[in-house]
Design a protein around this ligand. Structure first.
Ligand code: CP
Ligand code: NVA
Length: 298
């Protein structure tokens, strides 16, 4: 594995190796003998806001022996129109790895190709692989195994999280149900390419029926703010609330990648009842990303 650009680009073995190593790194945090990033400086190039991703990478890079440089696109020439091709060729000569949060998936792919350094997708409009890896670790911890898990994703199934779930289901072969408005269905081309066992419905309770994991994300992803009013109307029936939870398996867990908007994609009550698992997910970002960076260096 040279880069972590998407779940689509990983094999099942690579996904499971990251989850497995993340478990071991979590259990031995603070006692790390391995410092795979010793002497290295990694750059975090962010064109969108972040709390979890930024902090978990900054901390994780330091715990692995490296140093981290946060580069907001609004403060570097990239934000004034310098091409990604030139940014990649400059930074590739100075930093040892890059963690990029941006809009276009093609930008991180170009960066990876032209910089020649390990490159990690910290969220694009198309995928959020680091979140999925942390979520898989969390599900394994909650259930003891990923085997036979039934996941229901309710909300914007065409956003980065919905799409990364489709690829995770395709690679690992678990059952994924998507509940979304017609306008926010993932493209048929993507579903065919993934070949995952995905069912799509307009009814959140139908998707939730017997599911082990109910998952949601914001209705308005970063960069879509000017669609907020339209999206609020479209997604109103796609809230995780008590009725949806009742339709799920008796011991189902509700997960959320965060940030959460209570009263929109999830009720406050459902959120707080599942806060333990949701914040476990957030913590697992650190462990999963440390595992991914360690494997990128091996
Ligand atoms: N879940 C997630 O990526 O959070 P941030 O946007 O805070 O990084
Ligand atoms: N779909 C959300 C994920 C936030 C972590 C967004 O792109 O804003």
């Amino acid at each position: 594995m040279n880069h972590l650009l998407s779940i689509e680009s990983l094999t099942a073995a690579e996904i499971l190796a990251i989850v497995d190593l993340a478990k071991r790194l979590k259990a031995t945090r603070g006692q790390e003998a391995l410092k795979p990033l010793a002497g290295e400086c990694w750059g975090l190039l962010f064109s969108k806001s972040s709390t979890r991703t930024r902090v978990s990478f900054e901390v994780g890079i330091r715990e692995l022996g490296g140093d981290a440089l946060f580069l907001s696109s609004s403060e570097i020439q990239l934000g004034r129109g310098e091409p990604i091709e030139d940014t990649a060729r400059v930074l590739g000569r100075m930093i040892h790895g890059a963690v990029i949060r941006t809009f276009k998936q093609s930008d991180i792919e170009i960066f990876a190709q032209l910089s020649g350094i390990p490159t990690i997708n910290a969220l694009t409009d198309e995928e959020h692989p680091c979140q999925i890896l942390a979520d898989l670790l969390t599900i394994e911890e909650l259930r003891g195994s990923l085997e036979g898990v039934k996941v229901a994703f309710i909300g914007d199934a065409d956003c980065n999280m919905g799409r990364s779930w489709i690829w995770a289901a395709a690679r690992l072969g678990f059952e994924l149900r998507l509940a979304c408005p017609d306008l926010y269905r993932p493209p048929t081309e993507l579903l065919e390419r993934a070949g995952a066992a995905v069912t799509i419905t307009g009814d959140p309770e139908e998707a939730a029926h017997g599911a082990d994991i109910l998952y949601t994300d914001v209705w308005v992803s970063m960069g879509k703010e000017d669609e907020a009013v339209h999206r609020a109307a479209q997604f109103a029936p796609y809230q995780i609330n008590d009725s949806v939870v009742k339709a799920a398996a008796p011991k189902a867990h509700v997960l959320h990648c965060l940030p959460a908007y209570r009263g929109k994609e999830i009720t406050s009550e459902v959120f707080e009842r599942n806060a333990g698992a949701i914040f476990q997910q957030a913590e697992n970002r650190l462990h999963a990303q440390k595992a991914a960076m360690t494997l990128l260096k091996s």
